[in-house]
Design a protein around this ligand. Structure first.
Ligand SMILES: [Zn+2]
Length: 301
């Protein structure tokens, strides 16, 4: 795994402030339209965060009678088995084997992938294994390749075949703008995969998403939604343990305190399965998951 920044990405940068073309001098980036200069970072990347407020407009369509989506909202099943290397390597937290199996393969040697809200870039190895050139952007993490705002991306239209965003959507004030930006920077046919919080508690989040809300936002911004699925290994009792319920408590003790409720909950749903057709495992996960996975594609027009 290389730590270098792919040459291709430098030709795909644009001004996050005005979307104008940029000039690169000694790794610092200057806009040729609004003259904003974005400083180089010690790690070779660039701080491309907004320096002034940027106004965006949102136009939405309100349907007279919204239909319940045709998606099943079932937990993901692997469409194909994981290959040997992926099976053997440990997957980053928050990425299930079923989600990893849905990652696209790069169509060429220079295909770019954007890790939106990349943090310490823990997904890099996994996506480079798919043949992509990795680009990591984060709002705050100094270890990221580029610093930037997910709601005002510093990349030209159609730069990436794959955008991944794990547990970030809830952390931006305007999630529809983040989805719109992911759509803009994808190539037609490109895939947007990620996860968004539902029953998690953090003090720094703005919005938490139900399956219906996530589906509506992705569709509103033009995506064809292929799947929205509860994360079966990140259910509310687990996700709430260390945050809202028992912060800073040693995990074994927190697990011991929650276990009786959890066991009762599982037994109650199991019993319900004999009495009510809606008391399925899929519905239990839908109602109690800590986060939803999503897989959405930018249509080819
Ligand atoms: Zn500019």
């Amino acid at each position: 795994m290389s730590n270098t920044i792919s040459d291709e990405i430098w030709t795909k940068l644009s001004c996050p402030q005005c979307s104008g073309p940029v000039e690169i001098t000694n790794k610092a980036v200057s806009c040729q339209v609004c003259n904003t200069t974005f400083p180089a970072l010690p790690n070779g990347g660039v701080d491309l965060r907004l320096q002034l407020p940027r106004q965006c407009q949102s136009v939405v369509t309100i349907e007279p009678s919204p239909l319940y989506p045709r998606l099943s909202f079932e937990p993901l099943k692997s469409a194909k088995p994981l290959d040997k290397e992926k099976r053997l390597s440990r997957l980053p937290p928050r990425i299930s084997t079923e989600l990893a199996a849905r990652f696209p393969k790069a169509t060429g040697k220079t295909a770019l992938m954007l890790d939106l809200g990349c943090g310490k870039m823990i997904h890099r190895e996994l996506v480079e294994h798919q043949g992509f050139r990795y680009v990591g952007l984060d709002r705050d993490d100094p270890g990221a390749m580029f610093l930037g705002d997910a709601q005002a991306l510093p990349f030209t239209d159609g730069s990436f075949e794959f955008v991944l965003s794990i547990s970030v959507l809830q952390e931006v004030p305007h999630p529809e703008m983040m989805i719109r930006e992911a759509f803009r920077v994808l190539t037609p046919g490109g895939v947007f995969i990620g996860s968004a919080a539902y029953l998690e508690s953090y003090s720094r989040t703005y919005h938490h998403f139900t399956h219906l809300g996530l589906n509506a936002l992705l569709q509103q911004e033009g995506f064809a939604v292929e799947a929205i699925a509860p994360n079966p290994r990140w259910t509310a009792p687990i996700s709430l343990l260390g945050n809202g319920l028992f912060p800073y408590m040693p995990r074994p003790l927190a697990v011991a305190l929650v276990s009786p409720v959890y066991v009762g909950h599982r037994i109650w749903w199991w019993l319900g399965g004999f009495l009510h057709p809606q008391a399925t495992e899929s519905n239990r996960l839908l109602l109690t998951t800590g986060s939803f996975f999503f897989i959405a594609r930018k249509p080819i027009v």
